[in-house]
Ligand binder design. Structure first.
Ligand SMILES: O=C(CCc1ccccc1NC(=O)c1cccc(C(F)(F)F)c1)NO
Ligand SMILES: [Zn+2]
Length: 402
């Protein structure tokens, strides 16, 4: 029986010239083990995907992610769990009644123009108003809450919800394409069972909605690594942003500039996460795996490959704590599907073929039709001196964690 500490142990962390990139993690094919002892739950149902497909700015992305995971034959190695919709009561644990009622009103009344009211709830250009938005909010929140229930009941210790991770939403408004903050709702519920929650945000953007929700408490430690440049959304998340009151030093921000590559990103993030683990001793981990920092994303910011995200997640998995993996940004839909499918494969300890298998969306993966993503070659504005300075400031902040 393969133990989790074996599957994700560093000794297993072999790199090899696999198709994904020159240094790729190759874990022993789990067929070698007599039986998979590690249960991985995958949150999915057709409604959740259909509604997520309707999200403005990422049309059909959810279907592409799920279809690629299915095409690689990974569903049979996971417990596929169908979530129910969150209730108004569930969402009121974070969001205001006014905001939720407004979302609900959009669904009920027809083409009444909500223009003036919309803006006070952050709806409009960045977060377009659309009829089914309340339904989406219930499904997405329900999915993450279901994932949390699985961790709380110890049914599994690894749960994946690629349809969640909407880290910008505020208690009384939508923001940055996020209509409901499923992550905050999930962490609030985790706190009913776990004393110390670690939140890690790997998305290109600062996880401001989650940080704001927990910046005054030491019961949730948020770590966000993100692009931090003048005028880049949301603009928060500087290294001096450490939290307030009892939460002071329990917000960790790793601000980066354009062009960072795996080789700089992985050591910086993994060293910081290791310091955080040693000092904070979290009991459960939530990781937002936004893929808009991957090379080829229209955000055109970072030069990461999926291997970078995978190596950070692999470190988190090696801690042998209950963990929830969530989606997030990612606007090159094929690359986002490639990234999250690759991560799903690694979590399962399965090597994936380089060739994208034939499936409904195969044409989206041309012209190479490969799982690998070419390393980006945008100019790197992160000097080693800059990264050293950030690392020193962050570790100095972390040293105050008791
Ligand atoms: O990815 C995000 C939110 C990104 C965002 C924040 C605020 C306003 C708009 C956006 N999203 C975009 O700008 C966006 C979304 C989809 C596709 C594009 C594209 F133009 F880069 F393709 C851009 N958070 O993790
Ligand atoms: Zn993002």
């Amino acid at each position: 029986i393969e133990k989790r500490s074996d599957r994700y142990s560093n000794s297993n962390f072999k790199t090899s010239t696999d198709c994904l990139s020159k240094s790729t993690l190759v874990v022993p094919d789990s067929r070698e083990t007599t039986a998979e002892k590690i249960t991985v739950c995958y949150i999915y149902n057709p409604d959740l995907v259909e509604r997520s497909d309707e999200l403005p700015k990422i049309p059909m992305r959810a279907s592409m992610v799920h279809s690629l995971i299915e095409a690689y034959g990974l569903l049979k190695h996971m417990q596929v769990i169908s979530p129910s919709e969150a209730t108004l009561e569930d969402m009121k644990q974070f969001h205001t009644e006014d905001y939720l009622h407004f979302l609900g009103k959009i669904a009920d009344e027809d083409d009444e123009n909500f223009d003036e009211e919309s803006h006070q709830y952050g709806l409009g250009y960045d977060c377009p108003v659309y009829k089914e938005v309340y339904k989406l909010a219930c499904l997405v929140s329900g999915a993450t809450l279901k994932a949390v229930d699985i961790l709380i009941s110890s049914e599994a210790r690894i749960v994946i919800n690629w349809f969640g991770g909407w880290h910008h939403a505020k208690r009384d408004s939508a923001a940055g394409l996020c209509y409901v903050n499923d992550i905050v709702l999930g962490i609030q519920r985790l706190r009913q069972r776990f004393d110390r929650v670690l939140y890690v945000d790997l998305d290109l953007h600062h996880g401001d909605g989650v940080e704001d929700a927990f910046c005054t408490t030491n019961k949730v430690l948020t770590v966000s690594v993100h692009k931090h440049s003048p005028g880049f959304f949301p603009g928060t998340g500087s290294v001096t942003d450490v939290g307030v009151g009892k939460g002071k030093y329990y917000c960790v921000n790793i601000p980066l500039h354009d062009g960072i590559k795996d080789e700089q990103f992985v050591p910086l993030v993994c060293r910081i996460l290791t310091h955080v683990k040693d000092r904070y001793k979290p009991e459960v981990v939530v990781c937002q795996c936004g893929a808009d920092g991957i090379a080829g994303d229209p955000m055109e910011s970072f030069n990461l490959t999926p291997v970078a995200l995978m190596k950070c997640i692999y470190l988190l998995l090696s801690w042998n704590l209950p963990i929830m993996l969530l989606g997030g940004g990612g606007y090159n839909h094929a690359n986002t599907a490639r990234c999250w499918t690759y991560i799903t494969g690694v979590v399962l300890g399965r090597k994936l073929a380089c060739e994208i298998p034939d499936h409904k969306f195969l044409m989206e993966y041309g012209p190479d039709y490969e799982l690998q993503i070419e390393v980006g070659n945008m100019k790197n504005h992160n000097s080693n001196e800059y990264l050293q300075r950030v690392y020193r400031q962050v570790t100095e902040n972390i040293s105050h964690i008791v």
